[in-house]
Design a protein around this ligand. Sequence first.
Ligand SMILES: *Cc1c(COP(=O)(O)O)cnc(C)c1O
Length: 371
Amino acid sequence: MFPRETKDYINIDPLQTGGRLTDKARKALVEWGDGYSVCDFCITGRLDEIKKPAIYNFVHEQLPRFLGCDVARVTNGAREAKFAVMHSLAKKDGWIVMDSNAHYSSYVAAERAGLNVAMVPNTDYPDFRILPEKFAETIEDTKRKGDVVLALITYPDGNYGNLPEVKRIAEICSEYDVPLLVNGAYAVGRMQVNLKELKADFIVGSGHKSMAASGPVGVLGMKEDWEEIILRKSKKYRNKEIEMLGCTARGATIITLMASFPHVKERVKNWDREVEKARYFASKMEELGIRQLGDKPHNHDLMFFHAENLYEISKRVKKGRFFLYHELKGRKIHGIKPGLTRYFKLSTYGLSYEEIDYVINAFAEILEKYA
Ligand SMILES: *Cc1c(COP(=O)(O)O)cnc(C)c1O
């Protein structure tokens, strides 16, 4: 057995809150856990064409509608989806322009695709915002160095939970004739996002991060103009898409994604309530002298905090900077990285108000204990 200690904890790690399985997905996980389980049902040699279980319907009907795109695929993760796009568009001495709040996997995917990376600066402490005009400036500067083949915006970013003005950024990119990829790893499956409304070219989501799926699994949506390029097929294996390496999620991962999907489609409608909860949490933390950074008022469950008071405590207690982790663990709260006290992120997604109050009280108690 491999017991998992954190299973019954209140988990406020942003990585974890949107990836918890629904009961249906948990059952499906066991049913479809064997290796290539879905391949028993493959007739054409194409994962996305399996009719039963209803993968075809999911990939070609439900997912495009949900993402507001023309064409969609299931990938092995958000990063694999980004890489597929970057690799398809890459050319020698080509550049990608991305926001400096981007996830490391965006940067690494670009490196793997052989692209040069230009970063759009943020506004720095305390808001760390990405302004559309900075996107224009960076594209302008980079164009002088070479071909800008793609732009990427992280929506929201995984550090501050900031939601930049994608529409405006998309307009700017299209003025420069640069396609835009929206990295919605923390958006797709939490809040309503629609590629057409955002006026971008590509959208990427993460199943295990935000769609209640057992990963690794992700989604990729695009406008139909890109289909021929991104989903081009092998010369030898005529039905196999090269960037998908033929087939992607071919077992329990895609089935759990599909099993949770009806729930996910509904839960995005309750996004306002998640934002309200996050704002409530942030306001209570501020009352404790812990400052919320990034967009304010905040528009996402992922929040970044600056706690000078906890940092001061860490300098004089026996366990040092690990004291906060242990204090929270003792209260069955998991999710702030061991060793962090001054700056940390957390998420209130899916928590009840009772659980939120419990977490707030834990912080209050800890501050009082070491006052
Ligand atoms: C978590 C995260 C990713 C990576 O998602 P995977 O599906 O695990 O590849 C990418 N971008 C952002 C912003 C993230 O937060």
